[in-house]
Design a protein around this ligand. Sequence first.
Ligand code: NAP
Ligand code: G4F
Length: 322
Amino acid sequence: MKSALITGITGQDGAYLAKLLLDKGYKVHGLVARRSSDSRWRLREMGIEQDIVYLDGDMADACSVQRAVIKSAPDEVYNLAAQSFVAASWDQPVTTGIVDGLGVTHLLEAIRQFSAQTRFYQASTSEMFGLIQAEQQDEHTPFYPRSPYGVAKLYGHWITVNYRESYGLHASSGILFNHESPLRGIEFVTRKVTDAAARIKQGKQQELRLGNIDAKRDWGFAGDYVEAMWLMLQQDTPDDYVVATGITTTVREMCRIAFEHVGLDYRDFVKIDPAFFRPAEVEVLLGNSAKAQRVLGWKPRTDLDTLIRMMMDADMKRVAKE
Ligand code: NAP
Ligand code: G4F
């Protein structure tokens, strides 16, 4: 039985990845930070809460990260833990830098010292492209991060490359574009919209306040994207891969799809609120995942309409029960 350690197991991707690995017969360990409220709800929703070995730890605490690596004796480590909300990274730039940046070194160093055969996945991001330097971004596109989050993630990305080149670790980095699901945090725009559309439809909310709805994102389904993570660690040679759908859509159009699904016109409810604009915006992201498709045999299987419908259906049911 293979052993895996997932940091960020209580997050959206952590839940989908844990399910995938359990289904493949892995023993799954999860590094979990101490929280005063319940953080395992996604794992419960997936029906896998009892199937995981939980290890206490925090990415900011090198000792706890090291202990988790030693205790889990992992064949594969997936580093998904992060302060992942871009907007919050301007309010907490230092925490974001420590967790999303230095935290990666804590983990790589623990692997190098105690478990050098372990294969490592780093959750890198299209936010590193930021102010895009090419119309469609791939593994060769220069980076230009636009937020403390993007900057911290760029450190995490390069330290992963550096440990691969310095020590020969099997360390790969997935440069993933936005991916969503019914388990997406409510602060991210897709869930904020589907939750609001469900509430408005059921008379529990009157309007939806958003920021820059002309921003464009390349949105895929989280369930598809965790397969790419796993595939990267099954390759003989570690490498970096862009994972994306190759289609970019405005937030405005995403709103139209969501509201239309419940028979509403978003223009009657969406209000633009300067409070949700960012100090520096990533206006457009559009990925080219040709390398992942060619080398890993991966491809996106869920289009945006299907994804939004899935999220709307889940939110309509959840809001009705409240
Ligand atoms: P998410 O839902 O926000 O999950 C983040 C996870 O990190 C949670 O389990 C959280 O724990 C954990 N975490 C936060 N701070 C921690 C700390 N100091 N120590 C230990 N754990 C900590 O994020 P996601 O959408 O699943 O994304 C997974 C990873 O992929 C992240 O690294 C993100 O930056 C990256 N990424 C995401 C996307 C996307 O579109 N989803 C795209 C590219 C890259 P709590 O539950 O206790 O807060
Ligand atoms: O949903 P978002 O908050 O996601 P964002 O900033 O693209 O970041 C997500 O994807 C990254 C990959 O590219 C990940 F690395 C990161 O961890 C995270 O998962 O915002 C999407 C767009 C932005 O342009 C934002 O300005 O939607 C725009 N937007 C407009 N109004 C809004 C809102 N975003 C949020 N969250 N809330 C609004 O009211």
